[in-house]
Design a protein around this ligand. Sequence first.
Ligand code: AMP
Length: 400
Amino acid sequence: MALKYITDESFGLLAKDKKVLARFDFNVPMDKNDPTKIADTTRIDEAVETIKAILEHKPKKLVLMSHFGRPKGVDQKYSLEPVGKYLAEKIEQEVVLTETALDRGIRTLLTLSEPKIIMLQNLRFHPEEEANDREFARTLSTYGDVFVFDAFGAAHRKHASTYEVNAFFKNKAYGGLLLKREVESLDKIVNDPVKPFVAIVGGAKVSDKIKIIEQLLVSVDKLLIGGAMAYPFLKALGNNVGASLCSDDDVLLAKRILGTPGKGKIVLPSDHIGSLTFGGAPVDIGQVNISDDMMGLDIGPSTLQNFSDYLTNAKTVLWNGPMGLFENVNFSKGTFGIAKKLSTLNNAFTLVGGGDSVAAVTKSGLASKMSHISTGGGASLEYIENGTLPGIQALKFGID
Ligand code: AMP
């Protein structure tokens, strides 16, 4: 059974003059100094295309829903109000925010001719959401005749609005345009990637990414490991990593991976940029071994060259995790160097997934040069690991 999207002809027939219930991922980061200001609106901006496409079919109502942060019960600090306000400005239409997702007023709003767009207050004000509660899902389902799921960033969660709600929309559940883009892009990595396929994995913790590394070793031609992720591997091979970030548990995990048949595909750094203190003055460590008083904070120039050489002929590239402490300009050359290299690969499919590498690519100003930038960090990793996600399975096959 194929996943149906709102581009399917049947959607327009079901949506016209009816109520459309749509789940998005509006879980945007807020400005640390001004809690009413959205720091990065990408996730809302990405939803606009789907919202406009739904409205083109002239539904009677469009009911939007999302989670936001991790509130414990009702907490106005986690209100979706700033999201509703921003969205209303962006689409130039009124967006009415309900008091809660179970508010009695919603029934009345649904019968009135205006407003057309209703946004349910933060779903996580109700513990039933994360508990994947069937009754809660049933109530949500009464707000729509048709269901649209476009919350790729939350599709790895088995929650009431991402999973259980599908029980009430048999053959009336559709994926949105963002979900479509994400799935089609990730499938190019998961199903028969065009070879040579090179993956670049970085970041800080092996344990977070062990499953994806094991999975990737089956399909990649080369796996380039940088960032703090590289030190447990270097240590497991008997190199000195000095005071670099490197836990004993991660060394054990690295040993496990180095004991598998895929180990020959792994490429590790051969030099580093380090410092005597975290974020201190940068030192070019022109070799693989790091002295005891030094910590590695970026890949060195030879490593960047070597990694770039492997990327030159790649036809499919997946990048997850920075090559160093890229937030500090002294240790950002490796990460930005990889971003630059990827931006020059005209004939390759380049996919960047995972929060920090996305932030790095955005900061480098090269985001538009990538084939696809995934909006869901955890979701994109889980998709690559398992070839699907619970929210997508439920949408595709429905649930009993
Ligand atoms: P992750 O969330 O696992 O992708 O880790 C991303 C974080 O790892 C970023 O904040 C980087 O600054 C950090 N990081 C990457 N390489 C290093 C390194 N060599 N030493 C310390 N932190 C690093």
